[in-house]
Write a protein that binds this ligand. Structure first.
Ligand code: GAL
Length: 431
């Protein structure tokens, strides 16, 4: 049993084993792309808006486009990607376009509260009819579908599931610092002595990048120090943001930040992860899109890099999922529907996720099609406590995330002290 707690409406939800990814590991199954028609003839196009603009993320998108071109050869893919990890630039631009009635044909949105924003604003269409047309009502975990659904209407098609709370490390740097790459750390506190050893060798103990990656780090420290239930309570009101547990977690976050690279605010996640790949840094905390960066550079898991859940979060899966929408007023709705069909298809999900580092949202994907890391993620998703990612739209509306990011940036650039930071976080979540 695992709980996809708090991801939906921030309340614990018990999942049955039936939704466990990989259980139905026989491949094929209903709703395969062949059961849907090619998109009507007559040509057309689809502008697909994402932030998968470069590097390994673009390779993931390219893989999906490859399947799309095969399934819908008469529809032209128009790449509307806007650079900036986690949608740090894309989401604002998208909002301006939506408000100016200039939507793309489809855009990337995170399952959970971020998607609910678009639904509440009347910016995206109910796509339930496509679920019937494509035969995909039963191919996704029921609790994932709940995150895409309001009042019985489903508003997007999920492409993948990522895990936010992973550490990526360079074993050579660890060994040179006198650390055993196989060592495990039970808590953030237990990790500090290892970071000190790396520091003593003149390397960056922990690489990080601009604000959103610092928020990604913060969420994992909160998961670690508060435990899954305490972390979930931050989003349903049962954990006090002003309490001593949060103060302790913010203290640990502050200390972790003291081990990071000074150029962090000018970098995005690929550069921070690259510091580990290049042996300049020992550890990087990043969602598991990072594995795709190692793999793109032909790095071998266990030899060139290692990974483990953020200390103190073993058994907790920081959940986020990308999904694609049909915006109200999309200029090419047929193109968008064709894109959604490819996103939903087993072939599309397999090709995309192999390249992206995530795991397929479809439960009938074959685990053996995926890398060693991804197989561990599939297993963890099946057995861990699932908690919603803050930095990636699952836990809070975008306005709350933005306020948390602003407070975090102030704190990590030295413009506020811990007490102020904590009260700003509390105010952000419960204004
Ligand atoms: C997340 C997104 C992932 C990945 C990451 C880094 O928000 O869900 O697919 O792209 O940002 O940009």
């Amino acid at each position: 049993m695992r709980r996809m707690a708090a991801v939906a409406a921030v309340a614990a939800v018990t999942l049955g084993a039936a939704v466990t990814l990989g259980l139905a590991a026989c491949g094929g199954g209903g709703g395969s792309p062949t059961s849907t028609s090619k998109s009507g003839g007559g040509g057309g196009e689809v502008e697909v808006f994402t932030w998968w603009a470069a590097g390994s993320e673009k390779l993931g998108l390219d893989a999906l486009v490859g399947v799309f071109n095969k399934q819908h050869p008469d529809i032209k893919f128009v790449n509307g990607a806007v650079a900036g990890g986690a949608g740090s630039a894309a989401k604002d631009l998208l909002q301006s376009r939506l408000q100016a009635n200039d939507p793309p044909d489809t855009f990337q949105a995170h399952a959970g509260k971020e998607l609910t924003d678009y639904i509440d604003a009347g910016q995206i269409e109910d796509v339930s009819a496509l679920y019937d047309k494509f035969g995909i009502r039963d191919v996704f975990p029921a609790d994932l579908l709940k995150l895409l659904t309001v009042d019985g209407k489903i508003y997007s098609v999920p492409s993948n599931i990522h895990r936010s709370n992973m550490v990526w490390a360079n074993p050579s740097v660890l060994t040179a610092a006198g650390l055993d790459p196989k060592a495990t750390y039970d808590s953030i506190e237990a990790w500090f002595p290892a970071l000190d050893k790396v520091k003593a060798k003149g390397k960056t103990p922990l690489s990080v990048a601009t604000t959103w990656t610092q928020v990604n780090l913060l969420e994992t420290v909160l998961m670690s120090d508060l435990g899954a239930d305490g972390y979930i309570g931050l989003w349903d009101g049962s954990t006090d943001w002003k309490g001593a547990e949060v103060t302790k977690a913010l203290g640990d976050f502050k200390k972790l930040m003291s081990y990071t690279n000074k150029d962090r605010d000018g970098l995005d996640w690929p550069e921070a992860t690259q510091q580990v790949i290049d042996g300049k840094a020992a550890f990087n905390v990043m969602g598991d899109w990072a594995v795709a960066a190692f793999e793109e550079q032909k790095k071998v898991a266990g030899k060139d890099f290692i990974y483990f859940p953020v200390p103190g979060t073993d058994g907790t899966f920081g959940f986020l999922a990308d999904s694609f929408t049909l915006p109200v007023g999309a200029p090419h709705p047929d193109g968008a529907k064709a894109w959604l069909q490819t996103v939903s298809s087993l072939e599309g999900q397999t090709a995309f996720n192999k390249a992206k580092g995530s795991i397929p949202a479809r439960t009938d994907a074959k685990p053996s099609d995926f890398s060693e890391y991804q197989q561990t993620a599939i297993k963890s998703f099946g057995q861990d406590t699932i908690v919603p990612s803050l930095a990636h739209g699952a836990a809070t509306p975008t306005s709350v995330l933005n306020a948390i990011a602003d407070a975090t940036s102030k704190f990590t650039t030295g413009a506020s002290d811990l007490k102020t930071y904590q009260s700003e976080l509390a105010a952000a979540v419960a204004p």
